[in-house]
Ligand binder design. Sequence first.
Ligand SMILES: NC(=O)c1ccc[n+]([C@@H]2O[C@H](COP(=O)([O-])OP(=O)(O)OC[C@H]3O[C@@H](n4cnc5c(N)ncnc54)[C@H](OP(=O)(O)O)[C@@H]3O)[C@@H](O)[C@H]2O)c1
Length: 298
Amino acid sequence: MAWSKHNTRLAFVGAGVVGGSLAAALSRAGYSVVASASRSFASAVELARWADGCVAYETPQQAADAADFVFLTTPDDAIPLVAASMTWRAGQGVAHCSGAASLDALDAAAAQGAVPGAFHPLQAVSSIENGSKSIRGITFGIEGGENMRAFLSTMAADLGAYPIFVRSEDKPLYHLTGVMMGGLLTTLGAATATLWEELGYTREEGIRALMPMMRQVSVNLSSSGLPGAVAGPYARGDVGTVRKHLEALSERAPHVLPLYCELALVGLPFSVEKGTLSEDRAEEIRVLVERYMRGTAD
Ligand SMILES: NC(=O)c1ccc[n+]([C@@H]2O[C@H](COP(=O)([O-])OP(=O)(O)OC[C@H]3O[C@@H](n4cnc5c(N)ncnc54)[C@H](OP(=O)(O)O)[C@@H]3O)[C@@H](O)[C@H]2O)c1
């Protein structure tokens, strides 16, 4: 029997922020989330609070036995260990939510006849409350055989999200795009906000000053796309302004200089593509930036 929203009982093993967020969102979307389990019973109880009719169990095995389809939402490293510690029924579905791990993390379950899948929410999730509200409009990276893909892509659509299929060999590249846009963009925000301490302000004041810009950049990228969203002194070809930036960073925040230079160089082709920066001016900027990167500026 093919899994569907109407005939499939779901369980979550690993009651953290992603498990809880998905359980809450799926329950709201009309799916039957019937069971939860975790390392600690308290976490299983907390997840169950977010899904109507969900029962918290003491062990992963009890939760899996109550369900047709099990999400293993533990940390990545625990997925193969938990899968191997359990007894699976032939035809039972089992999916993890890791963006970096592939289906082989579920080999032990598949060896017993369970059907493996991956359902990765391309989103930064830090709490069940916020996470369950942040799923609409996101993309889910899905792996699995034909039935698994059909079920999980319908599930993504039922959550108001976009399903995409990712090949196993592409998983690390796929995942790092999310890490760059999430964790590493946060690092960029942290590095730039902390520069405000050099101006005599706190980094919290820096965050308040810079975040409207971060929000607008995401609006511009979504609405204008590439290269339309590219703007600023690089897109204008303002070499003098770029030189002032490089001098200021060299003198006052040399630890940020390599980050600034790398981003500047990666961005140049998009400004050329937009047509606002000539090839010659782009080359002039590239040479200047590389001199500062190598520490050979005058
Ligand atoms: N957070 C994100 O932004 C994000 C985004 C996309 C995908 N993911 C993926 O989602 C998965 C879960 O991540 P998360 O952020 O939700 O982590 P998390 O909040 O740390 O939750 C993981 C949960 O797994 C439980 N657990 C740990 N070891 C276990 C074991 N051996 N048996 C059963 N339960 C165990 C923990 O238990 P207790 O609370 O009971 O101690 C914890 O509640 C990971 O594969 C991660 O890569 C995360």
